[in-house]
Write a protein that binds this ligand. Sequence first.
Ligand SMILES: C[S@@+](CC[C@H](N)C(=O)[O-])C[C@H]1O[C@@H](n2cnc3c(N)ncnc32)[C@H](O)[C@@H]1O
Length: 229
Amino acid sequence: MEHSFWHSKWNKNEIGFHEPEGNALLVKYSHVLLNVKSDTAESEALVNESASSEKTQKRIFVPLCGKTKDIAWLLSKGCEVVGAELSEIAITQLFEDLNLTPTIESSPKGKVYSASHITIFVGDIFKLTHEDIGEVTGVYDRAALVALPDGLRERYAEHMVSLTRCAPQLLITFDYQQSELQGPPFCVSQSMVENMYKEHYAISLLERSDLEGGLKKKVKADNLVFTLS
Ligand SMILES: C[S@@+](CC[C@H](N)C(=O)[O-])C[C@H]1O[C@@H](n2cnc3c(N)ncnc32)[C@H](O)[C@@H]1O
């Protein structure tokens, strides 16, 4: 997708991808990022304890983050969050929603918005390097890989490998008949994920479930949830 496509979406507030309540699959599978087994009712308590204790401080990278509510959720669990997003409108709104006043710095790669426990790079993710973002303990990819068309997706996957030095990922994609809908979001099936990431990660499919109401309320689709470790 051209950058102008996304800038125009944010300018016109056409952000159907934004989930006002955050993503339930992140909550369900948060142990992947927070390293806590979470099959029991005790898991939420363990997650809270684990992520906020200093010894287990998690630093989670959220690529193509938009103004996702999932960032607030990760922060509430004691994680530090690093994000990358093209749109400054999105990031201004993100900090407003978080009720945080950012420090804003300019760099040749774009602006950097930061506050306690959160750093967001505003600009093209492909310009960032591992040195820019620093060490991260995990990656949360929701509506990032699927936002990119064929070709760019493969480039993104390779870039993520070097950017995060293969940090474990919780990856959520949609699987549907691509001919039935023009993306984004694009169909990213299990075999596509395997082809893009199998050289670098052990991949496991945690869930395939029906996307309630269908994609854009028109097309039957499955949610796929993967761990890459
Ligand atoms: C489908 S939205 C998903 C946003 C967020 N992950 C969520 O779940 O709400 C994709 C986002 O990626 C951003 N984006 C697209 N291309 C980008 C790029 N090359 N670098 C950084 N951000 C990009 C867009 O501005 C848009 O906000």
